[in-house]
Ligand binder design. Structure first.
Ligand code: ADP
Length: 425
């Protein structure tokens, strides 16, 4: 089946977030790390394709070139409608890359107008009169004001966007959105007549996102956070743009061998590790020990475990222990040692027959997927909000993997994830 919506995300966790929300509808969604090498004409594509880039803070020309390459792949796969996904806090610098990429995508697709809607009410991101709020705080008063790479010092999306683009910027405000899709469409047409091609759209509640999706689902290019894309599968199904055939098939069979690999030290992950340990064999990785003795002891321990037994290898530690390791080794080296060890152990686990991988930590997930050579994932059922099971291949071997960043999931996440796989969603 051809691609119905081609999505391009400016970072990996943003792509996962978008893919997960689209998949809530039951449609088939596939997530690809970077522009695939495989030709789109022969690739097994889903109705919803999400390409994860890493271009949020890349130089502008590079970000534009990468997104255009992604666009080209998606078009060759049959997509005629596109979604440019960025962060719900509009993470960008004065130069971009949100605006320049949107403008390049518009030029390449012939889109004559697009919308900007990073709102995600469920996660406390709302836009009112063009101003973005994080919880109850304007963006520029939220912790985003001190972000190391993209400090957000203005809350007004029109003012943030205008210097990034050449075309005219305007607003469709909440009063317009509250009156429904017709009203929003009329406002967009009126703005178009005035030559406004970049339209910030207010949204403070989920209903607003429904109205926006309804009014704008036919646009060639939509831009925003993940939430505004969530209603699209239902609308496309209703309109016949996709059929029931776009629904994902039953979860494929994967062998029972399993492992939890945790390199996250976030508070929730610490609680999750503690909750899992009483019922699983556990091995703790210590960066100081890794620096001195390497990962062989961990590898030997893993080799002695039956693949099907519950087990966890974790570097997860309390802040004092992390600080101690970082002091002795440096922050980067401590992190690298842990990531390299977990990546190697993931490969060992695969060779030992493990097929179900639960991975905790954003950076850790990147290291593990890379080590396993995973370049594409089919999104399965959600385990916790924002964390789905995914199906992928490591070489010719089919595996199931869930990637959980920092504070996601409840305390019993690891056991829940693995038991969810047993019940076959
Ligand atoms: P999260 O999603 O919680 O931020 P990440 O995997 O993105 O988790 O980041 C955690 C980082 O901390 C990784 O680079 C990891 O290698 C590093 N790390 C994990 N355990 C330790 C530890 N005990 N000491 C120092 N660094 C650690």
């Amino acid at each position: 089946m051809g691609v119905v919506l081609g999505c391009i995300a400016d970072d990996f966790t943003g792509a996962t977030d978008l893919a997960g929300l689209l998949a809530r509808s039951g449609v088939r969604v596939s997530l690809r790390m970077g522009v695939p090498e495989e030709a789109p004409e022969t690739a097994d594509t889903a109705a919803f394709e999400v390409i994860a880039l890493k271009c949020r803070t890349a130089p502008k020309a590079q970000a534009v070139a990468e997104t255009l390459a992604a666009l080209d792949w998606l078009r060759r796969a049959g997509a005629e409608r596109f979604f440019w996904k960025y962060c719900s806090t509009f993470d960008s610098t004065a130069e971009g890359n949100i605006g320049p990429v949107a403008e390049a995508l518009m030029a390449a697709t012939g889109a004559d107008q697009t919308i900007y809607c990073p709102a995600f009410p469920e996660n406390g991101r709302a836009i009112f009169m063009g101003n973005l709020f994080v919880g109850e705080l304007p963006l520029a008063e939220s912790p985003m004001k001190d972000h190391p790479l993209t400090p957000m010092r203005d809350s007004n999306l029109m003012r943030l966007l205008a210097p990034q683009v050449e075309g005219k910027v305007g607003l469709a405000n909440r009063l317009t959105v509250a009156r429904g899709p017709e009203s929003l469409r009329a406002r967009l047409d009126a703005l178009k007549a005035e030559g406004v091609v970049h339209v910030v759209v207010d949204a403070v509640a989920d209903e607003d996102l429904g109205v926006i999706a309804e009014a704008c689902h036919d646009m060639t290019l939509l831009t925003g956070g993940s939430a505004v894309a969530m209603p699209l599968p239902h609308i496309y199904l209703r309109e016949g743009a996709i059929t029931e055939a776009a629904k994902r098939a039953a979860a494929p069979e994967v062998g029972p061998g399993n492992i939890v690999l945790s390199g996250s030290c976030s508070a929730m992950t610490r609680a999750q590790v503690a909750a899992y340990l009483p019922n699983a064999a556990g091995y703790r990785l210590d960066p100081l020990d890794l620096a001195e003795n390497g990962p062989q002891a961990a590898r030997d321990w893993l080799a002695a475990q039956p693949p099907e037994a519950a087990k966890i290898i974790y570097a997860t530690a309390e802040p004092e222990a992390v600080a101690k390791a970082q002091e002795a080794l440096g922050v980067a080296r401590a992190g690298d040692l842990v990531e390299a060890a977990l990546a190697l152990l993931a490969k060992d686990a695969l060779a030992l027959g493990v097929r179900r991988f639960v991975v905790a930590g954003g950076e850790t997930s990147g290291a593990v997927t890379k080590a396993l050579g995973v370049t594409a994932m089919e999104i399965g059922a959600e385990i916790a909000p924002g964390v789905p099971w995914t199906w992928c291949h490591s070489g010719d071997t089919r595996i199931a993997m869930t990637l959980k960043s920092g504070n996601f999931g409840s305390e019993t996440f690891f056991a829940e994830a693995l038991s969810k796989l047993e019940t076959k969603q």
